[in-house]
Every structure is written in structure tokens, then in C-alpha cells.
Design a protein around this ligand. Structure first.
Ligand SMILES: [Zn+2]
Length: 323
């Protein structure tokens, strides 16, 4: 291998040169194989991932799992024609109790994530860290339509495997995922074999050929090292893996960190505790303090705020009910 632009007398080889860390924007890149019913996506999270990490101090081993789940959530949210949000949860009985990532749907990829754990976490397998557990996927259309929730037992040695197993069962779409995360970025790639009806019209029936193309695409992606996934742009990775294929790249979509919490939503949650409970707490302290688990935003409710919380529900007989 020869590096372009290096003087020929330079004593170093390409392996000795460590490229300066490139800044890659937080994006989701969708692509398609022109001659096979396979679609794919690559996601790179840097600023949005650091925004998650700045808000809480997560142990490294938990952080990496959370980063992988975050990358996966963006990849899946982008495959769904969903205007609301997708929530992925891993619930465990081991030292890691909960990993939650929420990503808003197709048009507007906004991410938030949080976790719960106990004690000092040491390096271990996913099974050791999470223990017996559940994988929960929630699709919330946020437009009054029904919320969909799928719950399955945790099955898989990695976050990618858990999701692949879930997708194989529920979506019945062959899906492969490659995920990686560290303290700077989180990244992932998804390949999905499209069902026959989504194939382009006019294409001859060629199941054998399609299966070969799918296997080959996945085998090439298996050669990706986590460092490459984390530090190379989508264009570079697609070119590196599939330069022999005819590829179509769509416009990249931005991904941002955003927490949807508000004083109103926290107030609603407190209200559900009931008047007696709220007053009980306020008998012991001046105000109720609530921190958002996702973004660590602090909300304070004093006695007057608490009164107002319940006043809204009072309806004067004969008057119009307003909310
Ligand atoms: Zn928040």
C-alpha cells in the first residue's frame, strides 16, 4: 500500500501513520443495492452521543452497550415510517437493570438515552451484566393512534444479536446489524433483505441469485472492524465494502440529541402520585425536586405548584370543561 502525497523517501509505512481524528457529522446514511433487493443504513453519532454522556457518569462497560443500543435505535427508527418515536429497552436482573434509548421517527432523528445499574460494573459478557431479562420495543405514533409494544426474552450474546433475533421473529425480515461504541462515538450498520413484493417491478425471479447477493453483502460487512465503523464516514465504508456493486446512496439525515421532557410532563407524572402523597412529601420539605433521567434537567415544585397541579381538575358545574 502506498500513501498518496507522501514523499517517496519518507521512511514510514502506511501502518505507522495514525490519521488525525476526523470529525464526522452525526448522520444516518441510507443506501440500496441497485441489483439486489437489499437495503442498508449507516449511522454515526458523535455530538449527540457525547450529549448523552455529558449528562450522567456511566461506567465504561455500560456506556458501550448503551452506545450500541443508541446506534441501533437510530437505524431502526429510520427504517420505520413512523412520525412518533421508537423506544428500545433492555431490562435485566443482573448488575445492569435497564438500558433505554428513544429515537424519534423518520423525518426527525432525535435521540435520548439513559440507564440504571447497581454497584461497580466489571467487564463481563452481556449475559453476566444483564442477567435474565427482557427486550422491549415500543412504537409510539404520538398522534393518538395506538402504541405498539413488543416484549421478548433477551436472546443473544450482543446488542446486535438481540435485535437481529427480535427482527427475525417479529418483522420476518432478515436483518443484520453491526454496532460499536466508545467514549467518543457510537456507530452502526444495518442490512436488510427486502421482501419479494418490494423488489423492483420487471426484475426477473432469481431467488438463488438474491440469496447469494445477501450472503455476500453480509460477509463483506462482517469484515468491518469496530474502529472502522467508529471512525470512517459512511461514504468511505460503503465504498470500501461494496465498490464492486452498483450502489444508490440517499441524502444523509442529521441525528441530534433532544430530550422531550418538560415541566408539564413532569407535573403530570407527579399528579399521578395523588394529592395525599404529594402533600406528604411537602410536609417534610419545601419543594419536590425532580431530575429528568435522560437529560438531568432539574424541575422544582413547591406547595403552590402542587396546589395548581390539582386545581386544573376542578370543574364548576354547568361550565364548559377546558383543559
Ligand atoms: Zn429530559
Amino acid at each position: 500500500m502506498k500513501l498518496q502525497g507522501m514523499p517517496s523517501q519518507a521512511p514510514c509505512t502506511s501502518r505507522a501513520i495514525i490519521p488525525a481524528m476526523k470529525k464526522i457529522p452525526d448522520t444516518l446514511q441510507r443506501f440500496m443495492f441497485e441489483n439486489a433487493p437489499i437495503r442498508g443504513e449507516l449511522v454515526h453519532l458523535e455530538s449527540s452521543w457525547r450529549a448523552v454522556l455529558e449528562r450522567h457518569d456511566y461506567p465504561d462497560v455500560l456506556r458501550n452497550l448503551m452506545g450500541e443500543l443508541s446506534a441501533a435505535a437510530v437505524l431502526l427508527a429510520a427504517t420505520l415510517k413512523l412520525q412518533g418515536s421508537l423506544v428500545l429497552q433492555i431490562q435485566g436482573k443482573g448488575p445492569i437493570k435497564l438500558l433505554v434509548v428513544e429515537c424519534s421517527g423518520a423525518g426527525d432523528l432525535q435521540l435520548r438515552a439513559t440507564a440504571k445499574w447497581s454497584g461497580d460494573l466489571v467487564q463481563g459478557s452481556l449475559a453476566e451484566l444483564v442477567g435474565e431479562g427482557l427486550f422491549v420495543i415500543t412504537l409510539d405514533p404520538k398522534d393518538g393512534k395506538q402504541v405498539y409494544q413488543g416484549i421478548v426474552e433477551l436472546e443473544g450474546k450482543s446488542v446486535a444479536e438481540i435485535l437481529e433475533n427480535y427482527m427475525a421473529r417479529s418483522e420476518q425480515l432478515e436483518t443484520r446489524l453491526w454496532l460499536a461504541a466508545d467514549g467518543h462515538c457510537a456507530a452502526g450498520m444495518l442490512l436488510q433483505k427486502l421482501p419479494e413484493q418490494m423488489e423492483k417491478p420487471g426484475q426477473p425471479d432469481k431467488p438463488g441469485q438474491d440469496a447469494d447477493a445477501w450472503q455476500r453483502a453480509a460477509l463483506l460487512a462482517d469484515t468491518l472492524k469496530p474502529e472502522e465503523l467508529l471512525h470512517e464516514s459512511a461514504q468511505t465504508l460503503i465504498h470500501r465494502l461494496y465498490h464492486e456493486d452498483d450502489m444508490r446512496l440517499f441524502d444523509a439525515q442529521a441525528v441530534t440529541f433532544h430530550c422531550s421532557c418538560s415541566r408539564q410532563s413532569v407535573g403530570q407524572m407527579l399528579k399521578m402520585l395523588g394529592r395525599d402523597e404529594i402533600h406528604g412529601i411537602l410536609d417534610e420539605r419545601d419543594a419536590i425536586e425532580v431530575f429528568c433521567e435522560f437529560c438531568n434537567q432539574r424541575y422544582e415544585f413547591d406547595r403552590i405548584d402542587a396546589e395548581l397541579m390539582f386545581v386544573e381538575a376542578v370543574v364548576v358545574p354547568g361550565s364548559e370543561v377546558r383543559h
